[in-house]
Design a protein around this ligand. Structure first.
Ligand SMILES: CC(C)(COP(=O)(O)OP(=O)(O)OC[C@H]1O[C@@H](n2cnc3c(N)ncnc32)[C@H](O)[C@@H]1OP(=O)(O)O)[C@@H](O)C(=O)NCCC(=O)NCCS
Length: 237
C-alpha cells in the first residue's frame, strides 16, 4: 500500500486554487487552466435527465474509471435514479452553450469513518466526478473537488473519501494535490482527506457561490432564448 503524503496546507476554506499549485508533473496536460472563478451550479432532482445525458456522453473507458466497472446504460440509469438529492449534493459546470460538461456527486457515507468500519472516527462523504473529454485538463475536476470540500465541511463531515482505480492518475493527482492520503490496494485506491471544521466563511462562501452560479446560468439562458426570439421576429418563416 503506497502512502502519498500531504502537500502544502490548504487555505481557511479548505481549498487552494489551481494557480497556487506546484508545477504539473511530467506528461501532464499543456492546456491552460480556466482562469478566475468558475460557476459551479447546484443540481437537483429535476436535473436527473441532464446528469444522465452527461454520463452517457462518457465513453466506455471513462465510465469504467468513473464507476470502477464497465457500467452499462441500465446501470448508469439506475445510479442516476438512485441519487438522493436530500441527503447528497450534486454539482455541475455548464459551458457557454449551457451543456453540462462536468458533474460531481458528494454522497454521505453514514456511520463510515476513515478506518472503513462502522465505528467511525467521524462522518465521511464520498466524492465522485466526471468531466467530458473536451473539458479536461483545464482544472475543472480540481475545482469541483475544492468545491466539494467546502460543502462537505458545511455538512460537518470530518473526511472526504475518493474511491478510484489505482490507474486513475488524474483523479489521484487531484486528491493528492488537496493533501489526501492515498492508500492503494492492487487495482483499487482510496484517498482520504481530513477536513477542517466549517466556519462562518465556508457557509457564506458556499451561499454566495451558489447564488452567483445560478444567476449567471439564468442570464445565459435568457440571453440564449432572447436571441431565438429575435431570430424568429426578424426571420419568421
Ligand atoms: C478525473 C477527471 C475528473 C479529471 O478532470 P480534469 O478536469 O481533467 O482534471 P484537472 O484538469 O482538474 O486535473 C487533472 C490533473 O491530473 C493530471 N493528469 C492528467 N493525466 C494524468 C496522468 N495520466 N497521471 C497523473 N496525472 C495526470 C493533470 O496534469 C492535472 O494535474 P495538474 O493540474 O497538476 O496538471 C477526468 O479525467 C474524468 O472525468 N475522468 C473520467 C471519470 C473519472 O475518472 N472520475 C474519477 C473517479 S470518481
Amino acid at each position: 500500500m503506497t502512502k502519498i503524503r500531504s502537500r502544502p496546507p490548504i487555505d481557511r476554506f479548505g481549498m487552494r486554487t489551481p494557480s497556487q499549485e506546484a508545477p504539473a508533473t511530467p506528461g501532464s496536460s499543456n492546456v491552460r487552466p480556466v482562469e478566475g472563478w468558475v460557476p459551479i451550479r447546484d443540481l437537483h432532482a429535476r436535473h436527473r435527465r441532464r446528469i444522465l445525458a452527461h454520463l452517457m456522453d462518457l465513453d466506455e473507458r471513462d465510465r469504467y474509471l468513473r464507476f470502477g466497472y464497465k457500467a452499462t446504460t441500465e446501470q448508469i440509469q439506475q445510479y442516476v435514479a438512485s441519487i438522493d438529492f436530500k441527503r447528497d449534493e450534486v454539482f455541475g459546470i455548464f459551458n457557454s452553450k449551457l451543456h453540462l460538461v462536468a458533474v460531481a456527486h458528494l454522497a454521505a457515507m453514514p456511520g463510515k469513518g476513515p478506518a472503513g468500519d462502522g465505528s467511525s472516527r467521524g462522518r465521511a462523504m464520498e466524492f465522485g466526478v466526471s468531466v467530458l473529454e473536451a473539458g479536461r485538463g483545464k482544472g475543472l475536476g480540481l475545482r469541483l473537488f475544492v468545491h466539494a470540500i467546502m460543502h462537505a465541511r458545511n455538512q460537518h463531515a470530518s473526511h472526504m473519501m475518493i474511491h478510484a482505480l489505482s490507474e486513475n492518475g488524474p483523479m489521484l493527482r487531484i486528491a493528492a494535490k488537496a493533501g489526501a492520503v492515498i492508500e492503494r490496494d492492487g487495482p483499487d485506491a482510496e484517498a482520504w482527506l481530513k477536513l477542517p471544521p466549517d466556519t462562518v466563511g465556508t457557509h457564506i462562501d458556499s451561499s454566495l457561490q451558489s447564488i452567483a452560479a445560478e444567476a449567471l446560468y439564468r442570464i445565459r439562458y435568457n440571453a440564449m432564448h432572447a436571441s431565438d426570439w429575435l431570430k424568429m421576429l426578424v426571420n419568421p418563416i
